[in-house]
Design a protein around this ligand. Structure first.
Ligand code: CP
Length: 355
């Protein structure tokens, strides 16, 4: 594989990349992480380059890891807030005179000034029309002749998945034989996209984990994502299973990853019914879907608890589980290693795709 073939490519979903390419990205991330720990300066890698970051939604980890990453690589990350003092990039059909600017125009303007465009967009800015945010990001990619990076849309959060994979590889040395359980967990909010669980199961099954998806019947994910996971499992000789039993799903698991996402009814038709009231009613049926110490103890003795953060404490997970970060030989939470790895995987991708 030629890693110089990564130059200029968009990073929108892991589905656009091969297993071999994802392994190469993880190798570069590990290398950059180790060399930074030894005090090496990497500012020559993207010296004087600009990453434009358009955030339609809030963030702690994504914004700060991209900004810190660009600083460490010698470039600059420019924060753009469509809710603030800028014309909001919009697709045809969503335009408002002198308030929005068509994506095709914004993309071509920014591409004249910088070396990559990163976008976060899901949920309210696209009125919970499933797939519309992914369409917006793909439209940016169509018009911009520089790499477009997906910082989370309504289908995928590929950089989170890369950070998750790097964390699993660091803890278990690889993926073969690793039981990776991605589960829905309770949250009082239904305003949560499917991007993290969908990218997590894509990543885990692509790399050869024995992947389990657990959710109540009303929370099923995109059938195209499920089909891709089944194909990866067949290619790898690993397994992909779906269960609705929260109490047994984690038995023997190495990776325990419980996280809330919106019930299907919350999305606009044809995916859902555009009903927040029904979605809230459904969520309230599953308040006992919380990760506790007792449930962690059904997993493998060396299991890791993962969460992309922010976590809804006392809803998705107890403090006792998420705060057990010491490596005493038993199960533990690795959420801060996972958050740190956002920095390293993003630096790897940026250094590979930006010119
Ligand atoms: N995990 C993640 O994407 O975090 P932020 O929403 O804080 O960016």
């Amino acid at each position: 594989m030629r890693t110089d073939s990564f130059r200029g490519r968009d990073f929108i979903t892991l589905l656009d990349w091969t297993k071999e390419e994802v392994e190469a990205i993880l190798d570069v991330a590990t290398d950059l992480k180790r060399r930074r720990a030894q005090g090496e300066d990497h500012r020559h890698l993207l010296a004087a380059q600009t990453l434009f970051m358009i955030f339609y939604n809030d963030s702690i980890r994504t914004r700060n890891s991209f900004e810190a990453g660009m600083t460490q690589l010698g470039g600059h990350a420019h924060f753009l807030d469509p809710g603030g003092r800028m014309y909001t990039p919009a697709l045809p059909g969503d335009e408002v005179a002198y308030t929005t600017e068509r994506v095709s125009d914004v993309a071509r303007v920014l591409a004249r000034m910088g070396e990559a465009i990163a976008i976060r967009c899901y949920g309210d800015p696209v009125k919970w029309v499933y797939g519309r945010a992914n369409e917006l990001i793909r439209n940016f990619a169509y018009w911009a002749d520089i790499p477009v990076l997906n910082m989370e849309d309504d289908k995928y959060h590929p950089f989170q998945a890369l950070a998750d994979l790097l964390t699993v590889r660091e803890k278990f040395g690889g993926f073969k034989g690793v039981k990776f359980v991605m589960s829905w967990a309770y949250s009082a909010s239904v305003h949560k996209p499917r991007a993290v669980p969908q990218s997590a199961i894509i990543g885990a099954s692509m790399m050869g984990c024995d992947t389990v998806l657990c959710h109540p019947p009303e929370m099923d994910l995109d059938p195209e994502v499920i089909q891709a996971c089944e194909q990866y499992a067949a290619m790898n000789g690993s397994s992909f299973e779906i269960t609705e039993d929260f109490n047994t799903a984690f038995e023997g698991a190495h990776v325990v990853y419980p996280k809330a996402w919106a019930p299907k009814v919350f999305f606009k038709p044809p995916v859902g019914e555009d009903s927040e009231a029904k979605a809230q009613e459904i969520n309230q049926k599953y308040t006992n879907w919380i990760m506790t110490r007792e449930l962690m103890e059904t997993a493998d003795q060396r299991a890791i608890y993962m969460h992309c953060l922010p976590a809804d404490r006392s809803q998705e997970v107890t403090d006792e589980v998420i705060d057990k970060t010491e490596d005493d030989g038993g199960w533990r939470s690795v959420v801060f290693d996972e958050a740190e790895n956002r920095l390293h995987v993003q630096k790897a991708v940026m250094s590979l795709v930006m010119r």
